[in-house]
Structure formats: structure tokens, C-alpha cells
Design a binder for this molecule. Structure first.
Ligand SMILES: [Zn+2]
Length: 49
């Protein structure tokens, strides 16, 4: 996984992945980003299936 789907410049593994897995975020903004990322990741997986 490369760039995070939330449009940050971080890698996915360094950005939203940990937030999604831990289901906690340090800030409201990062929580919003992780929700957006989770939505897009799940959507992409559904399309790919
Ligand atoms: Zn992210």
C-alpha cells in the first residue's frame, strides 16, 4: 500500500491503517480521515471482488 486514500502525503500504513485497526484516533481530523479511508478501502475491495 502506498499513498493513503485520505489524500494525505503519508503512506497508508503510517497514516490511517493504525487508526482503523485500533479504532481510535489522536485527533478529530485524523478520525475523519480514517473513516474516509476505511470507506474507500472497503468500497475498492468490494469492486475488486
Ligand atoms: Zn490517511
Amino acid at each position: 500500500m502506498s499513498d493513503c486514500p485520505c489524500c494525505s502525503v503519508k503512506n497508508y500504513s503510517e497514516c490511517c491503517e493504525a487508526i482503523i485497526k485500533n479504532e481510535s484516533a489522536p485527533t478529530a481530523l485524523s478520525l475523519m480521515r480514517s473513516r474516509y479511508t476505511a470507506y474507500n478501502v472497503l468500497k475498492n475491495l468490494a469492486f475488486a471482488a
